[in-house]
Design a protein around this ligand. Structure first.
Ligand SMILES: [Zn+2]
Ligand SMILES: [Zn+2]
Length: 182
C-alpha cells in the first residue's frame, strides 16, 4: 500500500512526464517542490512563490488519480515564468494542456464534485480562516475568518491594541495565499 507521500511523488512524476511529452518541458521550473498540506480543507492545492506547491491531503485520500493530477498540473502552470495568477497566459497553458491530453485544467474545481465522484461524504464541520494575526510583543496568535479593510488598516497602521499586553505591532498572514501581508 503506497503512502500519501509516495502517491504524491508518483503522480507528480507522471504529470511532469506528460507535460514534457506535449512539449512543455522547457517551461518547467527545476526548483519546484511538492508537499502535502494536512490543514487545508477548502482547497485542492496551492502554489507559493511560483515554486513551492502543496497538495491538500484530503484530495490525495479522496480524489481519483485524474482529479489529483488535474490539480498538480494546475499548480505547475502557476510556476511557469510568464504566468500571473489565472490570467491570460495561465489560461493559454491550461487550454494547451486540455487540447492535448484528457485533463481538464480549470481555474476552479468543485470540491463537492470530487467527494461525490468518490461516493464519500464531505466533512461538514470546518471553519475557513483567511487571516492569522500575531502580536509581535507577546507572541499571541489568533485567526479570523474575515476582516474589513477598516479593521485590517487598523492593525497595519498601529490603531489597534492587544489588550492583554498593550502591543500595537502585529504580523498578518493571508492564509489563502500563504502571504505575509504585514
Ligand atoms: Zn490556481
Ligand atoms: Zn500581545
Amino acid at each position: 500500500m503506497e503512502t500519501l507521500q509516495e502517491k504524491l511523488n508518483r503522480l507528480v512524476n507522471e504529470s511532469v512526464k506528460e507535460l514534457k511529452e506535449i512539449g512543455l518541458g522547457d517551461n518547467l521550473n527545476t526548483n519546484m517542490t511538492f508537499e502535502i498540506n494536512y490543514r487545508a480543507k477548502q482547497r485542492l492545492g496551492q502554489c507559493c512563490n511560483k515554486c513551492d506547491i502543496n497538495i491538500s491531503s484530503w484530495l490525495l485520500e479522496v480524489g481519483s488519480d485524474k482529479d489529483i493530477k488535474n490539480t498538480i498540473i494546475h499548480e505547475i502552470l502557476h510556476t511557469f515564468k510568464d504566468t500571473i495568477g489565472h490570467k491570460a497566459k495561465w489560461q493559454y497553458y491550461a487550454r494547451y494542456v486540455n487540447n492535448r491530453t484528457e485533463y481538464n485544467i480549470t481555474r476552479t474545481t468543485s470540491i463537492n464534485n470530487i467527494y461525490a465522484r468518490a461516493n464519500i461524504q464531505r466533512p461538514t464541520k470546518h471553519i475557513h480562516y483567511k487571516w492569522e494575526i500575531t502580536c509581535t510583543k507577546c507572541g499571541a496568535v489568533w485567526k479570523k475568518q474575515k476582516m474589513t479593510t477598516k479593521v485590517l488598516n487598523g492593525f497595519t497602521e498601529g490603531n489597534r491594541i492587544h489588550r492583554k499586553c498593550g502591543g500595537t505591532d502585529f504580523r498578518i498572514v493571508d492564509l489563502d495565499n500563504c502571504e505575509v501581508i504585514w
